[in-house]
Design a protein around this ligand. Structure first.
Ligand code: NDP
Length: 602
């Protein structure tokens, strides 16, 4: 079989060289230190533009479960606990409602680029059928609210509230939860579902504080200024010069919308994304298994198997994620074992180059100005950066009111002034400057230190991790921190369809609580079971460090510094991990239960 756009050997060698040079152009000496947090003088960028904070009395009561985070992780934890019969569940979120990432991100053009029939959780349970193959953000946000209502999660919820500390009270064997609204309450169990990309970040460009025009981050879109909605109609931008910094998954969705409505758009690009075919369309009866019971679960499992590199008889979703699934191996370890690794890597490199050639050809076929097309071409291996999908992004550059400003040679924007942006000595005067510059990776909640957790004997979770490295059983629980259940990606398995991962985690968290309730016990793994889990993570862990070390910088490789040391994920992939968890729940869950010394609070 001939692979379209397949490279010759000479081309492969030239590509390697080109990728190396393009990487070197972009590596910043200060790595992730180049960014600024949206706190202190920049907290304006993180303020909630959607909900006014309502006055309320602080709460001082006792609940069964406190869930920190009201995104899909927290909602699913709440829903799965309700199914297990848990009564008092309190979800706490900084935002004014449920939705998490879909609460905050409402920028024009927002859609999920994972198919909605597999991305939206609990479709079987709610009977909801998404309207589109790729849902707009508002449909997803409304679905989050739908699940929260169905499982009665509003009842005890606290919004516009951040948890400030968690302290284990040895005498009552409960957690004391304190918040920034003066709440101090007790919870028998705490679940942390604080997300991985939730703190917006800004580039540390000199002069960023000097800009006198209007400015905001894409995750806090200012419709009061732009007018319109996520569907467009931003009349406030009609005669405005708008600059947008960033061309990641967010930037590529926003640019076509700005192009339609703004006077002029300057797109400040440092590294171009890969922008693959999107082909959105209305849901068909086939997509939803003609309404058969359990269709959503079946489709979601099928998708997980494909993107995890497992065999399937049929590709039900059949989109660019599943078609390129063979090229996700470096991002998501899978069960596959390749006999001859050298031969496998050689074939992988050819397939990778063919895919990247196809994506570069897509730019050329669409963008009419050759200079602009050249700048939009990505020069790195597939999945070095998060793949993106749009049929509107490249055509936007054929419009007279859109200018691409490439900043790779100057390591990003040089300077920001009162009136605009300077790149390579040229000033671009702007009325509005929008940052599509992403989020701090892995810094929300307990891993950032913003939320101190004090376990048995006052031990601080982060101090313990700094001394011994992270220690968990299956990523969920840690010795010394009874009844604390952590959701997220540490010591766990991941997928591009993260809501599926979160749902499996929620099922597991609910099962832990149910098992402890049944025996009136505490959930706390022994040191020995943590040791065994850490050993299991290390066993057969694939070495993809070299791949990420050669990638262009970004949050996938800690801005060019490689992946973190030590095993951080289950090496055999999400499908195998979910099977392992299920077997463990059926056989060994009681091993994690410890005797209570005080009666359970009720
Ligand atoms: P990213 O971190 O992916 O992108 C940030 C962008 O800002 C990059 O293009 C970066 O360039 C650029 N940038 C940063 N600093 C500078 C600078 N000083 N000068 C010029 N450019 C700069 O953020 P996103 O918000 O786009 O996406 C974050 C994540 O959110 C995605 O990876 C994805 O996981 C998720 N997402 C998912 C969507 C979905 O449909 N499922 C949609 C949108 C987002 P460089 O690459 O050179 O660093």
């Amino acid at each position: 079989m001939t692979i379209p756009h397949a490279p010759t050997r000479a081309e492969l060698i030239a590509l390697r060289q080109r990728y190396r040079l393009e990487r070197e152009r972009r590596v910043q000496p200060d790595g992730a230190g180049q960014y600024r947090a949206t706190d202190a003088e920049f907290s304006y960028y993180a303020a909630d533009p959607y909900t006014e904070v309502a006055e309320r009395e602080p709460v001082h009561d006792t609940v069964d479960v406190a869930v920190i985070g009201g995104g899909f992780g927290g909602i699913l934890a709440g829903a799965r606990m309700r199914q297990e019969g848990v009564e008092r569940i309190r979800i706490i979120d900084k935002g004014g409602d449920f939705g998490g990432t879909w609460y905050w991100n409402r920028y024009p053009g927002i859609h999920c680029d994972i198919e909605s029939h597999v991305y939206l959780p609990m479709l079987d349970e709610t009977g909801y059928v998404p309207e589109w193959k790729y849902s707009p953000g508002e449909e997803i946000r409304r679905h989050a609210v739908r699940i929260a209502r169905k499982f009665n999660l509003y009842e005890d919820a606290l919004f516009s509230t951040s948890v400030t500390s968690l302290t284990w009270d040895e005498a009552s064997e409960t957690w004391i939860v304190a918040t920034d609204r003066g709440d101090v309450f007790r919870a028998t169990y705490v679940v942390t579902a604080t997300g991985t990309l939730s703190e917006p970040k800004l580039p540390g460009i000199p002069g960023i504080e000097d800009f006198k025009g209007h400015t905001f981050h894409t995750s806090r879109w200012d419709y009061a200024y732009t007018g319109g909605t996520p569907d467009g109609g931003m009349t406030g931008l009609a005669h405005k010069r708008v600059g947008i910094v960033g061309t990641g998954a967010t930037g590529i969705q926003v640019v076509p919308m700005l192009a339609e409505d703004a006077g002029h758009v300057y797109v400040f690009q440092r590294t171009p994304s890969t922008v693959d075919v999107r082909a959105n369309r209305r849901t068909t009866a086939d997509d939803v298994g003609a309404g058969r019971d359990g269709w959503a679960r079946e489709r979601r499992e099928n998708y997980l198997r494909i993107v995890s590199g497992e065999p399937v008889e049929e590709d039900l979703v059949a989109d660019q994620w599943t078609r390129s699934a063979g090229l996700l191996e470096k991002l998501l370890p899978s069960f596959r074992r390749h006999g001859d690794r050298t031969a496998f890597e050689a074939a992988y490199e050819i397939a990778d180059a063919a895919k990247m050639n196809e994506l570069r050809a897509r730019v050329e076929e669409t963008v009419t100005d050759p200079d602009t097309a050249a700048k939009l071409k990505p020069w790195y291996r597939y999945a070095c950066k998060r793949p993106t999908f749009s049929d509107k992004y490249y055509p936007a550059f054929n419009r007279a009111n859109v200018t691409l400003v490439d900043t790779a040679d100057t390591h990003g924007i040089e300077r920001i002034t009162e009136h605009g942006v300077v790149v390579a000595g040229t000033s671009y005067e702007l009325d509005c400057l929008i940052f599509a510059t992403g989020f701090s990776a892995g810094t929300s909640g307990i891993s950032s230190g913003n939320l101190p957790v004090h376990g048995r004997g006052g031990t601080q979770l982060l101090h313990a991790r700094a001394q011994q490295g992270p220690r968990t059983l299956h990523g969920f629980t840690s010795n010394g921190f009874p009844n604390l259940i952590q959701m997220g990606s540490l010591h766990n398995a991941s997928s591009v369809n993260f809501t599926h991962i979160l749902d499996e985690q929620a099922v597991h968290a609910a099962a832990l609580v149910a098992a402890a309730e049944a025996k009136s016990a505490l959930v706390e793994p022994s040191r020995a079971s943590e040791d065994a889990w850490i050993a299991a993570l290390a066993e057969g862990a694939p070495d993809h460090e070299w791949f990420h070390a050669e990638c262009t910088p970004g949050y996938y490789n800690r801005e060019g510094r490689g992946r973190p040391n030590g095993p951080t994920a289950y090496p055999h992939g999400a499908v195998a991990f979910h099977e392992l968890l299920q077997r463990w729940r059926e056989g060994a869950v009681t091993e994690i239960l410890q005797t209570r010394t005080s009666p359970q609070p009720r």
